[in-house]
Design a protein around this ligand. Structure first.
Ligand code: M6R
Length: 608
């Protein structure tokens, strides 16, 4: 959600800024801009629409002189996508240029205050308030002025600032929204995320809340708002550079779908030693775990859907009450949470604003926080009592696939681990679950080999207006994810229903030709779901049935069947999600959608 880059060094800044912004396109944006100091003034170039428009405007950056600059891709929140609302924003005097990710909540009050004192505004954005405040409070000391401005604003921000009076430095500061500093040789960078700088350097600092970085080409100094120097550890990123590249695939999403067997293995293997599950990273003791009276799971989007799976799985195997909430609801519902509650927070990015706020809310009641996170060192990871990382590697496509799968992998590891502690699973079940878990990546590979079957079905069905996903229990949890995946990348209206709920209203929407994807992977509920299939078929629905290999009879009831290998019941979602991801992918591809960057969406939602 908005991308920030900055470059200071000996090379021409603008091409570096454009290349960094290109790597951040996945975050979602609707306009882009750069500001470069040319030796005399701050030159701003910005344009609504794709980065290419900006790039063409400045000849790939070659047309812009200067070795210090900041750049931005904007995902509109305040003010429509337009050239004027794009960042960077200049202060009225032209002295300050600012790029911003986040939301300044009290900007209207601040803007009114400045307008009353004669300050002119040129955009509708909350961000411009920062540029104008910098002008307004400028004392000649940039750092004092930045600190003063920060004391005036409420909200979330990652900021990159250049000041004409000191053009040999970039000031970077953050609160809530992520920002890293890339450390080069006689050149340094700022960026919202690692892919923007990975080609240039693997050494980074992660800025923490209200730390201010003063960055020159040869030095990075970090201070807090009391101006005390902060010593930070350099983090070395050891991702393979290909992890952040498409590597011959047409889209990141397809690459990430295909990477799932590896991501799953990378997540479970380090935690299995001598046929036991070992969580070296968890401080929670067995006694503490036994003292919990309930588990609350909070997350957003697909991570929430993992939470819905986890609720079924934990309650079935651990026999502990589990609540699962979307984070934006949890944070405002005055939840009943205390020190006898384990709160599990799930997030790929570790930066989702609502999830982070829900974590803080739960923590304030004394709950123990265990998070499942992909991005190392992210805010959610840092603020949790325990973190279990999903080793999915960088996920670039907006629609999550491998992060979802690895989050499920962690849920299964935790299930077996906690079940053992509580004694709710026997030794025989322990061994059975563990061996099934180890086989999941091979079975995912097997499903991926049959992807053309799904591609064929998608080619018959890609022009539907509405698609319904139905299932019971874990199949319902999975229907939620199948439906979200489809709607976010193909823009087809879709809904997920607990199959038994259909006749309480929704079945009235089924008419001739309506596509229903029926998930019937669970042995004990197969017949029940089949009866719902018969109900929708008799009202004209076209049905794709998804079940396990041992149910070929499904073909008598559905128009198209897809089979997944058998595994233990609780792990079936890890297999059944693959055809659903592929279906969404192929439908979106046949519709010509921009799969990696769906309209209106951002990869990490760092504002409320
Ligand atoms: O980074 P997070 O896991 O916290 O993100 C949560 C959701 O925004 C995310 O899962 C979103 O729903 C995805 N676009 C789904 O594909």
């Amino acid at each position: 959600m908005c991308g920030i880059v900055g470059y200071i060094g000996y090379e021409q800044a603008a091409p570096n800024l454009l290349s960094g912004l290109e790597k951040l396109e996945y975050r979602g944006y609707d306009s882009a801009g750069v500001c470069v100091y040319d030796g005399e003034k701050l030159n701003v170039f910005k344009a609504k629409g794709k980065l290419k428009i900006l790039s063409d405007m400045i000849d790939g950056g070659k047309a812009v002189k200067g070795t210090v600059g900041i750049g931005h891709t904007r995902w509109a929140t305040h003010g429509e996508p337009s050239d004027a609302n794009s960042h960077p924003h200049l202060s009225d005097s032209g002295k300050f240029a600012v790029v911003h990710n986040g939301i300044i909540e009290n900007y209207i009050k601040l803007k009114d205050h400045l307008i009353r004192r004669g300050v002119k505004f040129y955009s509708e954005t909350d961000t411009e308030v920062i540029a104008q405040l910098l002008d307004y409070y400028y004392t000649g000391d940039i750092i004092d002025t930045v600190i003063k401005v920060l004391s005036k604003v409420n909200g979330s921000y990652a900021l990159g600032i250049i000041c004409l009076d000191n053009p040999d430095q970039i000031i970077a500061v953050r609160k809530e929204s992520p920002l890293i500093i890339g450390l080069g040789k006689n050149e340094n960078y700022i960026a919202s995320d690692i892919p923007a700088i990975l080609e240039k350097t693997r050494d980074i600092y992660r800025l923490d809340a209200d730390e201010i970085a003063i960055i020159t080409s040869s030095d990075v100094k970090i201070i807090n708002t009391d101006k005390d120097e902060v010593k930070k550890e350099v983090q070395h990123i050891n991702w393979d550079i290909s992890a952040a590249e498409k590597g011959g695939y047409e889209t990141f999403m397809f690459k990430e779908i295909m990477e799932q067997p590896k991501a799953f293995r990378d997540t479970i293997n380090p935690r299995i030693k001598d046929n036991r599950i070992v969580f070296d990273e968890i401080n929670l003791t067995p006694e503490q775990f036994k003292s919990f009276k309930k588990i609350c799971i909070v997350a957003c989007g697909s991570a929430y859907h993992v939470g819905v799976v986890a609720k079924y799985v934990f309650e079935q195997t651990l026999r502990i009450p589990v609540e699962v909430d979307v984070a934006s609801e949890f944070r405002y519902r005055n939840p009943i949470v205390d020190d006898k509650t384990l709160v599990i927070v799930i997030s790929q990015s570790g930066e989702t604003a609502d999830t982070l706020a829900a974590l803080r809310e739960a923590k304030s009641y004394g709950a123990y926080i265990l998070s499942i996170v992909n991005v190392v060192g992210s805010a959610i990871a840092n603020e949790s009592d325990d973190v279990v990382y999903t080793w999915a590697g960088p996920e670039i496509a907006v629609a999550t696939t491998k992060a979802y799968s690895t989050q499920l992998a962690v849920v299964y590891l935790l299930t077996i681990y906690f079940g053992d502690i509580l004694g709710t699973i026997s030794e025989t079940e322990y061994k059975k679950y563990l061996s099934e878990l180890r086989l999941i990546p091979d079975k995912i590979e097997q499903i991926l080999k049959n992807k053309e079957d799904i591609q064929y079905f998608a080619s018959q069905q890609f022009d539907n207006r509405d698609i319904f996903f139905i299932g019971r229990n874990l199949d319902y949890a999975l229907s939620l994810e199948g439906s979200l995946k489809l709607k976010e990348i193909s823009y087809i209206h879709s809904e997920a229903y607990a199959a038994g709920e259909l006749k309480h209203g929704t079945i009235s929407l089924i008419e001739d030709g309506t596509l229903v994807v029926a998930l019937a992977t669970h042995e004990n509920l197969f017949e029940k779901t089949m009866s719902n299939v018969v109900e929708v078929k008799s009202r004209g629905a076209v049905v794709l049935g998804l079940t396990c290999e041992n149910h070929p009879e499904i073909e008598k009831s559905v128009d198209f069947a897809f089979y997944i290998p058998k595994t233990c019941d609780i792990m079936l979602p890890s297999l059944a999600v693959i055809p659903l991801q592929l279906f969404a992918y192929y439908v979106a591809s046949l519709k010509g959608c921009d799969i990696d960057k769906p309209r209106n969406l951002a990869k990490s939602v760092t504002v409320e």
